[in-house]
Design a binder for this molecule. Structure first.
Ligand code: NDP
Length: 443
């Protein structure tokens, strides 16, 4: 590791001591771009890393709302506008009780490099709240979203910052947020992506992250002389990313045998029934324990999924740090070929290192799950043009973007550390940001 990286990592650890997720994300990126920094001493002279790891702006605000019993509730809202070197801030909003500043910062930091990899003009941001939509009525969710947007609307705009969905923020929440923005600002603009089709949404956005993950995985398999056909997949999660990744990988002839939510997991050796998952997750908003009502031969296990089912491809698509070293050891022992991250930072640093060391093809989230934000940028283009493209057109663009991301990642990894796609993604994403930041002076 270069002295410069070590020094900046020390600053990060001292300044953000209570934000382990942010330290984890920054450590991974900084350690892997060290060779580039050694080759470019002008970056150190310009304080590039010190500026890169400090958000341009971070907003924290009170979100008061009234629940169905007439009680006042107060949540905390966030928007971290991390880097606008290559375009207006862009990144989703997460509503989950675990949300705090450290999670927002890690996600916004990852988003900078992810957005850079898409080759589209979008900067990095993330937002959200510790509000939990689970178990709330539609009216409560609307009241919360309206209050959240009342403050957020001061800081965003179609050319400033364009939020989208993430964990806990789907079509319903985006609708309420958009309605309140329009009401407050009296502007009909593409200020959010992931909108409904009747009011400016893009066909293919809902599917984009999951489909994109599989397009990336397919490109990685082909480059390594492999095929998805006939492979066994284990998927962590059953939400937006997990569901559409399952649908797409099945269309390539693979079989998905496990899915989960945060309370339990199912193993269906005959292959997961996606219609059942759709009804449980998106229609009933129920728990995966109901799966065996649809498929009596499947197994339901209460608790955390420990990656113990033998599979060729593991797709962690739920949340951060859900695949730890012991899970990685189990996967390797069971002969896993590839781990491809649909979620953001689902694999710990130790687990990632172990997988790569053991020859597992590892697709890092900031590259492999970039399809969502890429299609969000396509939604922004359609909104600006006041046009709506067909599903086939959007999907074809998405596939092209994901293949291009893989090519960039592979090229950088071939140059610096062959087959290490973490290094490849971080370097390829960083170079463009560094170039733009250097050109724009000390800002
Ligand atoms: P959803 O809210 O649709 O689904 C989240 C899924 O993860 C649910 O199955 C949820 O279960 C599960 N989950 C959450 N926390 C945990 C946990 N600690 N352990 C086990 N399971 C958990 O979110 P998305 O599918 O949209 O997002 C999933 C991941 O993908 C996140 O990391 C997100 O940042 C990332 N991502 C999403 C994009 C998008 O376009 N949506 C774009 C790029 C990345 P439960 O319901 O029980 O909480």
């Amino acid at each position: 590791m270069s002295d410069y990286v070590a020094r900046v990592l020390d600053i990060i650890k001292a300044r953000n001591a209570n934000e382990p997720e942010f330290i984890q994300a920054a450590t991974e990126v900084l350690e892997s771009i060290a060779p580039v920094l050694d080759a470019h001493p002008e970056y150190e002279a310009a304080g590039l890393l010190e500026r890169l790891v400090e958000p341009e702006r971070q907003i924290m605000f009170r979100v008061p709302w009234v629940d169905d019993n007439g009680n006042v509730q107060v949540n905390r809202g966030f928007r971290v506008q991390f880097n606008s070197a290559i375009g207006p801030y862009k990144g989703g909003c997460r509503f989950h009780p675990s949300v705090y500043l450290g999670i927002m910062k890690f996600l916004a930091f990852e988003q900078i490099f992810k957005n850079s990899l898409t080759s589209l003009p979008i900067g990095g941001a993330k937002g959200g709240s510790d509000f939990d939509p689970k178990g709330k009525s539609d009216r409560e969710v609307m009241a919360f979203c309206q209050s959240f947007m009342t403050e957020l609307s001061r800081h965003i705009g179609a050319d400033t910052d364009v939020p989208a969905g993430d964990i806990g923020v789907g079509a319903r929440e985006i609708g309420y947020l958009f309605g309140q923005y329009k009401r407050l600002k009296n502007i009909y603009e593409g200020v959010l992506t992931g909108k409904g089709l009747s009011y400016g949404g893009s066909l293919g956005r809902t599917q984009a992250t999951g489909y994109g993950l599989i397009y990336f995985t397919d490109a990685m398999f082909k480059a390594n002389g492999l095929s998805l056909e006939g492979k066994i997949c284990s998927i962590h999660g059953n939400g937006n990313v997990a569901y559409y990744a399952a649908e797409k990988v099945m269309s390539y002839g693979a079989k998905v045998v496990t899915m989960c939510d945060s309370t339990g997991w199912v193993y269906d050796p005959e292959g997961i029934d996606l219609d059942a998952v759709y009804e449980i997750r998106f229609v009933k908003r129920a728990r995966m324990s109901e799966y065996t009502n649809y498929r009596p031969n499947a197994e339901y296990h209460e608790g955390r999924y420990d990656w113990s089912v033998k599979c060729d491809i593991a797709l962690p698509c739920a949340s951060q740090n859900t695949l730890v070293l012991e899970d990685a050891e189990r996967l390797v022992k069971n002969g896993v070929i590839a781990v491809c991250e649909g979620a953001n930072m689902p694999t710990t640093l130790e687990a990632t290192e172990y997988l790569i060391k053991n020859g597992v093809l590892f697709a890092p989230g900031k590259a492999a799950n970039a399809g969502g934000v890429a299609t969000s940028a396509l939604e922004m283009s359609q909104n600006s043009q006041r046009l709506s493209w067909s599903f086939e057109e959007v999907d074809a663009k998405l596939k092209g973007i994901m293949e291009n991301i893989f090519e960039q990642v592979k090229k950088a990894s071939d140059e610096y550390e062959p087959k290490n796609y973490v290094v490849g993604a971080n370097i390829a994403g960083f170079l463009k940001i560094a170039d733009a930041m250097m050109a724009q002076g000390i800002v």
